[in-house]
Design a binder for this molecule. Structure first.
Ligand SMILES: Nc1nc2c(c(=O)[nH]1)N[C@H]1C(S)=C(S)[C@@H](COP(=O)(O)OP(=O)(O)OC[C@H]3O[C@@H](n4cnc5c(=O)[nH]c(N)nc54)[C@H](O)[C@@H]3O)O[C@H]1N2
Ligand SMILES: Nc1nc2c(c(=O)[nH]1)N[C@H]1C(S)=C(S)[C@@H](COP(=O)(O)OP(=O)(O)OC[C@H]3O[C@@H](n4cnc5c(=O)[nH]c(N)nc54)[C@H](O)[C@@H]3O)O[C@H]1N2
Ligand code: SF4
Ligand SMILES: [Mo]
Length: 895
């Protein structure tokens, strides 16, 4: 933190994005500048950061921040705001009962925040109605862990990834979503580790793998069951381990016998070649040191729990668990998904891995001194918003999540928020969800807040403040504690987050006696200084300074008899079958450089260039039959809604499938939002939505005109005009792209709207025949705005024009070329950003390849691309391979 004397000190904290949980060394300067580097001492990343982590400095400005509490849009004091929230919650409970209120929270809260939220709702309000966005993310894995291990326990650690001989990625695009772990895995692969990727799409993770199984959507259970049956046939189950430590193997064998487990039948049902299936079986058979990473391709399914169990069954039956380099590994998405599961952020758990069994419930109630502690689980996320929509829940408090964008069937979620009598939202910025809030509460953001998070390998790390709190922003835990006290509850008077952490650690140890592995007793006596200096440690921590890298080493599980359970699971298809009206399967997920609803990564122009706007991936065969061209605007519709996105025609997509990223919002691309399309089909046990499959169809959008508008300011999509609108932040400007299907009057209406109030000298070029108009505004020699529209003509690349906004004085040459949209000389178009860290575009990479670079290292040496975080190396490798295959094809054509 800048200490006022101008001296800058480096502070160790943790990245706010993915569950890898990388250590960050941050040096904050004045004016909220921040230089970040990887913390070399942090065991998760050993000094590395990915593109998103490296760009953290570009996301800590105050643009768009909530800095004061507001009530119905009017600025309020904290006293007024918390008193109102306390009163409305108290009144609603008095009139409609405890279950008429709810909290919807997030894996992006700190453990301390999570603990307070849960204590307030389950302990003192006395309702189970607190759920978290981890319902959309980890719930299926949690349920599978509980059934198999007796509690939500992740056995492995990152060292297992280094030590494994075989790593299976089950619905996990690690190259993009857990990049720093993927760097470790690439290094292990270079030492001989084998990689198998199970994913309907050929992702960057699949690209370099030894084997890619592009299975039919939702056929995972069939695949893993088939593997188990085959291992059994080959006599490769570890029956000694099973005899000593596992129940249920016979029931599982019986269930397997109900389906035809021949490789031919399994391969046919999974939509893959028998040879590929057998290659998977052989790799699995040959490498006892196996780690199976499973992520959203497994969890986000109407059979997500079964998918998890099918994986756990194979690992239990082969004894590949609790050993170096061998475990099933559910990888967490958010920085504190694990912390939320620990503290009881989910509606169906209580706290500290204790549930609603009477003795657990009474123990937690005793510890809290809270006689009204809930006795039953509350509503899970999707049901919770449905209860809001139908009026059963009348007051909801949303914290650190953006449900108007990220829940399935988002149109219904917005309707629910619109109807709800009292909506409170705690966030750092304005979002699509804050638009529905009666009360907006400004929370501290990363680099201001201070507390702990737990990563995928159960490692607790500190997030530390690098800046002082801006405006009136406050820590989430403190806001909740104030409301709790306003509601008249005792037990919320903590002086600091360190004291919350201590209370939380004491709860994990309370009447534990070895019965619960989640035990932080070794941290329960920590002093404030100890907390300030805390270094990363993996739970269980039973004695000070002694963490636990690996669970189940002794083969004992957290079940009453200490034995793990294999659970029979049968395959079934996706919840909704495709139909004539909606013949394709819409899959959704993540891209490399954006984080969820773009509230932070969307502030960093460099992160917006790899995939600048919403897109839909489609196989060439399907594109052709639908008349969709690569790069054309495409309508994707489902029974729930419609979106428009740019077509990416690629054979990396399976025929019959579509893929859309989940990231875009009203703030960036109102017509490109994926979640209005998604059916709210849930896994019956975990309540997790099937984000990876909704029946859909794709058609060309067929715009009649299009254009772009560059300005320094953000322009929201104009209301009442039916346009496809996208905003793409640039270094010195905002690029707004648009297209419409109306006639010249629509074009003119937009032009009027955009240019209203623009001052300065203007230059105009009009080509009436082509329906084209180009205009630029210059004030005191500086470029103010550029508007290009065309019906029949073409538009120039935007890079050069966008860069002109960085100039204080336009050169005469630039002025004269403005309306051509190209610099005198060669056209400047960098292409999509490949390397976000060193700002290297696709054109430069292609040039290096054309000049003879045949490895990612050589491209790096020539352009710098891939030499910082390495996240783009799989893509560079893919570009090299594509160029090589083109060359071979050309040679063949010539021959
Ligand atoms: N860049 C970036 N990284 C992130 C995030 C982010 O927003 N951006 N978010 C973080 C969070 S919260 C999470 S949860 C993780 C998620 O990390 P991942 O799970 O790796 O990400 P997704 O892209 O959601 O989905 C993974 C893959 O599942 C595949 N899939 C779809 N259907 C099926 C199926 O039926 N079977 C199988 N086997 N696979 C299928 C998809 O094609 C996709 O490639 O990422 C974390 N990291
Ligand atoms: N179609 C589709 N939808 C999906 C998924 C998918 O794969 N496909 N994946 C799902 C998954 S796995 C996840 S995890 C969710 C994520 O979905 P969300 O949680 O809705 O996404 P975020 O954009 O991360 O939202 C976090 C919000 O919290 C705010 N915030 C950040 N830090 C703090 C803080 O300290 N305090 C407070 N009060 N606010 C803070 C941010 O500004 C942001 O508005 O999306 C789910 N939705
Ligand atoms: S891999 Fe990237 S996003 Fe994930 S914690 Fe590390 S730096 Fe952050
Ligand atoms: Mo997630």
């Amino acid at each position: 933190m800048a200490d006022g004397s101008g001296a800058i000190t480096t502070i160790r904290t943790t990245c706010p994005y993915c569950g890898v949980g990388c250590g960050v060394a941050g040096a904050a300067g004045g004016d909220r500048t921040l230089a970040v580097s990887g913390d070399a001492a942090h065991p998760a990343n050993k000094g590395r950061l990915c593109s998103k982590g490296s760009a953290l400095g570009a996301t800590v400005g105050l643009q768009g921040r909530l800095l004061e509490p507001t009530i119905n849009g009017r600025v309020a004091t904290w006293g007024e705001a918390t008193a109102l929230v306390a009163k409305r919650f108290r009144d609603t409970i008095a009139r409609h009962g405890r279950d008429s209120v709810a909290f919807y929270v997030s894996g992006q809260l700190l453990t301390e925040d999570y603990y307070v939220a849960n204590k307030l709702m389950k302990g003192f309000i006395g309702s189970g109605n607190i759920d978290t966005n981890s319902r959309l993310c980890m719930a299926s894995a949690v349920a599978a862990h509980k059934q198999a291990f007796g509690a939500d326990l992740v056995p492995g650690c990152y060292e297992d990834l280094d030590e494994a001989d075989l790593v299976v990625f089950a619905g996990h695009n690690a190259a993009w979503t857990h990049p720093i772990l993927f760097r470790r895995l690439e290094a292990a692969k270079a030492r001989g580790q084998k990689h198998v990727v199970i994913d309907p799409r050929r992702t960057d993770t699949a690209e370099g793998a030894d084997l890619h199984l592009a299975i039919a959507p939702q056929s995972d259970v069939r695949l893993w069951n088939g593997l188990l049956a085959e291992l059994d046939r080959r006599g490769l189950l570890d029956l000694d381990y099973v005899r000593e430590h596992v129940n249920g193997v016979e029931a599982v064998r019986e269930a397997l016998a109900q389906d035809d487990q021949s490789p031919a039948a399994v391969a046919a049902d999974c939509g893959i070649a028998v040879a590929d299936l057998l290659a998977f079986y052989d790799l699995f058979a040959a490498h006892p040191k196996t780690v199976s990473l499973f992520s959203m391709g497994s969890n986000q399914s109407a059979q997500g729990v079964a998918k998890g169990l099918a994986i756990l069954n194979v690992h239990l039956a082969t004894g590949r668990i609790g050993k170096p380099g061998a475990c099933p590994f559910s990888i967490t998405g958010q920085p504190n998904a694990m912390g939320g599961r620990e503290t009881g952020g989910m509606a169906n758990t209580l706290a500290g891995h204790m549930d609603f069994a009477p003795e657990d419930r009474d123990r937690v109630a005793r510890f809290w001194g809270a006689p009204h502690t809930a006795r039953a689980p509350g509503l899970k996320a999707v049901e919770m918003f449905e209860a809001v929509r139908t009026g059963k829940i009348k007051a909801i408090w949303v914290m650190a999540t953006n449900p108007a964008v990220s829940l399935p069937n988002a149109g219904a979620v917005r309707e629910a928020l619109e109807k709800c009598p009292f909506v409170v939202v705690s966030d750092c910025v304005e979002t699509d969800t804050t638009a529905y809030a009666h009360v907006k509460l400004p929370a501290l953001a990363w680099a201001e807040k201070d507390g702990t998070v737990t990563n995928s390998e159960r490692r607790i790390s500190r997030q530390r403040a690098l800046f002082a709190a801006p405006g009136q922003a406050r820590a989430d835990w403190r806001i909740m504690a104030d409301v709790a006290q306003g509601m008249g509850f005792d037990g919320f008077g903590w002086p600091s987050q360190a004291s919350i952490f201590r209370e939380w650690a004491r709860l994990t140890a309370y009447e534990n006696q070895g019965s619960r592995l989640l035990d932080l007793s070794g941290l329960a006596g920590m002093t404030p200084d100890g907390y300030a200096a805390m270094t990363p440690i993996q739970w269980p921590v039973r004695a000070a300074g002694q963490g636990t890298p690996r669970l189940f080493v002794d083969g004992r599980y957290q079940t009453p008899d200490g034995r793990a359970r294999m659970v029979p699971v049968r395959p079934k298809g996706p919840a909704d079958a495709v139909s004539d009206a909606f013949p394709m399967s819409l899959n959704t997920g993540r891209i490399r450089d954006q984080w969820h609803t773009m509230t932070r990564t969307g502030l960093a122009p460099d992160l917006c260039r790899h995939a600048p706007e919403p897109f839909v991936e489609i196989h060439p065969r399907d594109a052709e039959s639908a008349g969709i061209k690569d790069g054309a605007l495409t309508r994707v519709s489902t029974a729930r809604g419609e979106a428009v996105a740019l077509a990416k025609v690629t054979d990396r997509q399976r025929p019959g499938g579509l893929f859309m990223p989940m990231h875009w919002t009203d703030a960036f691309a109102p017509s490109g939002k994926s979640n209005h399309l998604i059916a709210p089909n849930l896994d019956p046990t975990s309540g997790q939505p099937e984000f990876k499959h909704t029946p859909a169809r794709a058609r060309p959008y067929r715009e009649t005109w299009k254009g772009f508008f560059l300005t320094r300011d953000i322009v929201a999509a104009p209301a009442n005009l039916d346009l496809v609108w996208r905003r793409i932040p640039q270094d010195a400007a905002q690029l707004h792209e648009f297209a419409g299907r109306g006639d010249a009057s629509e074009r003119e209406a937009l032009r009027k709207r955009l240019t209203k109030g623009l001052a300065g000298e203007t230059t105009v070029f009009e080509d009436v025949g082509a329906g084209s108009r180009r205009e630029a505004w210059i004030e005191n020699g500086r470029l103010v705005a550029v508007l290009f529209q065309t019906a029949a003509g073409r538009l120039p690349p935007r890079d050069w024009l966008a860069d002109l906004f960085a100039l204080d004085l336009l050169t005469a040459e630039a002025r004269s070329a403005l309306l051509i949209g190209r610099p005198p000389g060669a056209p400047v178009d960098r292409g999509p950003m490949v390397c976000a860290c060193l700002k290297v575009g696709a054109k430069a990479v292609d040039a290096a390849i054309a000049a003879g670079a045949v490895t990612a290292d050589a491209v790096g040496a020539a352009t710098g691309a891939g030499t910082n975080c390495g996240s783009c190396r799989p893509e560079i490798a893919r570009m090299i391979a594509a160029a090589a295959s083109l060359k071979t094809k050309e040679t063949a054509d010539v021959a």
